[in-house]
Design a protein around this ligand. Structure first.
Ligand code: SF4
Length: 358
């Protein structure tokens, strides 16, 4: 079975032409896929019966995700779904909504997608990292997470405005499927989301950052740094042995030079581990003058032994970076109480879900 959501518009054209149909049939399929959210090929009513039959008989399918559970935060801004995919795996996907009054401008509806089930990177402060790696997701599985929320938002008269690859998994470790999903989701004849509205977050896999820089896309890049030196970083990111802090910062700078997109360094602040004024000064020295931005994330209460620093400590860290000329913000927390915030996606929640729906 081949999922039609895998296809780039050019590939869809080739598919219908190879089957003996005119090119415009591809546009009819694409319009339905991305605006009407059909669940079966036979739902695409504009297509001739023969084409529908030919597609089905040739093993093509439409693999939408099925929602098996939903948790909404008290303020209603964060929704976490457990979605069952066509590979029989369950994945968590999160919608974060930001009211214009809180951020200025228009309402933002950001989807946080997963690219893998589990993760092999093993970050010690991350719930997903503690469960290990299970499998890579295909492009269609990544796309179906976005489309499930897109349909939900459409019913409310809203739409997806932003997409972050910050859910379960390391996107660069599933590069080909991740980038195929990005190309379909940003193609004007696909889902049509602006490239600048997408951010890919990586633990800092240099080869992946270099490849992404060559794609000629305007995608935002976030690199999870968490420490200004290799010794401390290895304790937090055990797989960090293959790229040093210096190499990661250099590849971020090269990405900025190549794409013109400012790179964000994510820094999870953990009390007594990486939040001291000395460490802030070391970080400032490393990043000063390279055009990057630091996003400070006071750590979420995950399964690990780490605790969140006090507000004073967080603001002191920020002050040191800012006064050294390093652009810096403290991330607005979303969805902590429903375990939807960064680093909290984990399959033991699936156990809770199962209990609730059975
Ligand atoms: S923080 Fe990201 S890269 Fe690290 S284990 Fe968690 S999901 Fe994987």
């Amino acid at each position: 079975m081949t999922d039609l959501y895998r296809f780039l518009p050019e590939e869809m054209e080739q598919l219908v032409i190879d089957m003996g149909y005119p090119r415009y049939r591809a546009d009819q399929i694409l319009l339905h896929l991305y605006y009407k959210f059909p669940k079966n090929i036979s739902d695409i009513k504009q297509l001739p019966k023969q084409l529908i039959n030919d597609l089905i008989e040739s093993g093509y399918t439409i693999g939408s995700a099925k929602e098996t559970h939903r948790i909404v935060s008290e303020d209603g801004d964060t929704t976490k779904l457990l979605l069952s995919l066509t590979n029989d795996k369950s994945v968590e996907t999160v919608l974060m909504q930001y009211e214009p009054s809180k951020i200025g401008g228009h309402q933002r509806s950001t989807i946080c997608v997963s690219t893998q089930i589990g993760c092999a990177m093993g970050c010690t402060f991350c719930a997903t990292g503690q469960m290990g790696f299970e499998t890579n997701l295909k492009a269609e599985h990544i796309i179906s997470q976005v489309l499930h929320f897109a349909e939900l938002l459409q019913q409310r008269g809203q739409h997806v405005t932003n997409l972050v690859f910050m859910g379960m998994g390391e996107p660069m470790a599933n590069y080909d499927e991740m980038i195929r999903a990005v190309k379909v989701l940003t193609h004007p004849r696909g889902f049509g989301l602006g490239q600048r509205h997408i951010t890919i977050s990586t633990i800092g896999i240099k080869s992946g950052i270099e490849k992404l820089a060559e794609e000629n896309l305007q995608i935002g890049l976030a690199i999870s740094l968490h420490a200004p030196n290799n010794e401390l970083r290895k304790k937090l990111v055990p797989t960090a042995t293959f790229n040093s802090v210096e190499e990661i910062i250099e590849s971020g700078y090269n990405y900025f030079k190549k794409t013109g997109r400012r790179v964000t360094f994510e820094y999870a602040l953990m009390s007594g581990i990486n939040d001291s004024p000395e460490i802030a000064r070391d970080l400032a020295k490393l990043l000063h003058g390279n055009g990057s931005h630091v996003n400070l994330i006071p750590i979420n209460p995950t399964a690990g032994d780490f605790t969140r620093p006090s507000n004073n400590r967080v603001h002191e860290f920020e002050r040191i970076l800012s006064s050294s000329g390093v652009n810096c913000t403290i991330r607005i927390e979303k969805g902590t109480e429903i375990s939807a915030a960064c680093g909290q996606l984990r399959t033991d929640v699936i156990g809770q879900f199962t209990k609730k729906i059975s």
